[in-house]
Ligand binder design. Structure first.
Ligand code: AMP
Ligand code: MG
Length: 351
C-alpha cells in the first residue's frame, strides 16, 4: 500500500474540540481511516457502509478478511440500519449497558457490506461511551466499522503512541485522547441463537450479564488451553501477541511465584532475556533477579488497564520471554485470562 502521512491530533478526552472532530468526521465520510480512543481500546474507524473503506482497514492492519469487524453507533435509533430481526433482548440490554463495553452479534442488514462481517450473515454492533468516540460518530453520522487499532495479532493499542507504533504511514489520522481506561476489548454477546452466548469475555462481566440474562453462557473453547477448535470467527488463538514468547503460569497462588522464579533462572542461564509482568505486591519477591519487571497494578481493573501496554513495554526492552500468571477467572479476570491465554498462544505452564 502507498504510504500515507499519518497525522496525530491531540484532543480533549472529556470535551473534544468540535473543529478537530469535524476534521476527523470528514476523513471518515471521504472513505479514509481514523484511529480514535474508546473506553476499551483505540479503534481504527472507517465508514461501515463503504466497502472500499472497510477493505482499507483490513489492508492497514494486515488483518485477514476472515476476521469480522465491530460496527460502532452513537444512537440506538441507528440499530435498524445495520441489523435486522433485532430481538427485544437487544433493546433491553442496550438500555442497561449502552453506551459501554458490550457488543451484540445480530443478523446483518443488507446496508452493511459483507466484508465488515467476513461474509457472514451477522453483524457485531456496539455503542462506545468515550466522549471522543461518541462525538466522532455523531459528527460523521455514520455507522463506523472499527477493530482495535493495532497491526493484526499484536497487542491491542491502548494509547495513541501504540497506534502510531503499529500504523504510522498506513492510516490518515489518529485522535489522541489519552490512554483508554478499561484497556481490554468489549464483551461480545451473540444474540442470534436461542441461547445468548458470550463469544468473548470483556468489560461487561458474565456475572453482570447474568443479572439480566440468567441463562447466558460463555463459549469456553478458546478459554481452555487444550482446544484447537475455533467457535467464533476471528477467535484465533494467536492474538494479542507480543513479539517475545509469552508463558502463562497457572495453579495455586502459593506455587506460582516460586515456579516463575525457577523458570526465570533457567531461562537466564540459557542466555535469554526475561521479562516479568507482575502485580504490585509481587514485585519485591523477584527484585533480586536480573529481569525486566513491569508492574500490572493492584487489582483486576488496573491489570486490564495496563496489560497490553505492559506487553509492548517488554517488547521494547527486547526480552526473549515474558512470564505472567493468571488472576482467576471471575469478573473482569475472565477477560484477562482470555487475553493472556491467546497471547500465550494456548501454552500454559501448570504449577
Ligand atoms: P477487535 O475489534 O479487533 O477486538 O475484533 C473484533 C472481533 O469481534 C473479531 O475478531 C470477532 O471475534 C468478533 N466479531 C466481529 N463481528 C462478529 C460477528 N459478526 N460474529 C461473531 N463475532 C464477531
Ligand atoms: Mg483486535
Amino acid at each position: 500500500m502507498s504510504a500515507l502521512k499519518t497525522r496525530v491530533l491531540q484532543v480533549n478526552p472529556t470535551a473534544p474540540e468540535p473543529a478537530l472532530i469535524q476534521e476527523a468526521a470528514k476523513i471518515l465520510a471521504a472513505g479514509g481511516l481514523v484511529a480514535f480512543p474508546t473506553e476499551t481500546v483505540y479503534g481504527l474507524g472507517a465508514n461501515a457502509l463503504d466497502t472500499k473503506a472497510v477493505d482499507s482497514i483490513f489492508a492497514a492492519k494486515g488483518r485477514p478478511a476472515s476476521d469480522p469487524i465491530i460496527v460502532h453507533l452513537y444512537d440506538l435509533a441507528q440499530l435498524p440500519t445495520v441489523a435486522i430481526n433485532i430481538p427485544d433482548l437487544a433493546y433491553d440490554l442496550a438500555r442497561h449497558f449502552w453506551p459501554g463495553p458490550l457488543t451484540f452479534v445480530l443478523q446483518r442488514s443488507s446496508n452493511v457490506p459483507a466484508n465488515v462481517s467476513a461474509g457472514m450473515s451477522t453483524v457485531a454492533v456496539r455503542m462506545p461511551s468515550h466522549p471522543v468516540a461518541i462525538a466522532l460518530l455523531q459528527a460523521a453520522n455514520l455507522p463506523v466499522a472499527a477493530p482495535s487499532a493495532n497491526r493484526f495479532a499484536r497487542p491491542s493499542a491502548t494509547t495513541a503512541a501504540h497506534v502510531l507504533e503499529d500504523l504510522d504511514g498506513r492510516i490518515d489520522l489518529i485522535l489522541d485522547g489519552g490512554a483508554a481506561v478499561i484497556g481490554v476489548e468489549s464483551t461480545i454477546l451473540d444474540l442470534t441463537k436461542e441461547q445468548p452466548t458470550i463469544l468473548r469475555p470483556g468489560g461487561i462481566t458474565l456475572e453482570i450479564l447474568r443479572t439480566i440474562i440468567p441463562d447466558v453462557e460463555v463459549v469456553t473453547k478458546h478459554l481452555r488451553a487444550d482446544d484447537e477448535g475455533i467457535e467464533a470467527p476471528g477467535m484465533l488463538l494467536k492474538h494479542y501477541s507480543p513479539r517475545a514468547e509469552l508463558l502463562l503460569f497457572n495453579g495455586i497462588q502459593s506455587a506460582l511465584l516460586p515456579a516463575m522464579r525457577t523458570y526465570a533462572l533457567q531461562q537466564i542461564e540459557q542466555g535469554r532475556k526475561v521479562g516479568l509482568l507482575l502485580p504490585d505486591h509481587e514485585q519485591s519477591s523477584v527484585a533480586d533477579l536480573p529481569v525486566e519487571i513491569v508492574n500490572l497494578g493492584s487489582n483486576a481493573s488496573e491489570v486490564g488497564h495496563n496489560l497490553f501496554s505492559a506487553m509492548r513495554l517488554l517488547d521494547q526492552a527486547s526480552v526473549d520471554v515474558i512470564m505472567v500468571h493468571g488472576f482467576g477467572q471471575t469478573g473482569l479476570s475472565l477477560a484477562l485470562w482470555d487475553r493472556l491465554l491467546r497471547a500465550a498462544e494456548g501454552h500454559i505452564i501448570e504449577v
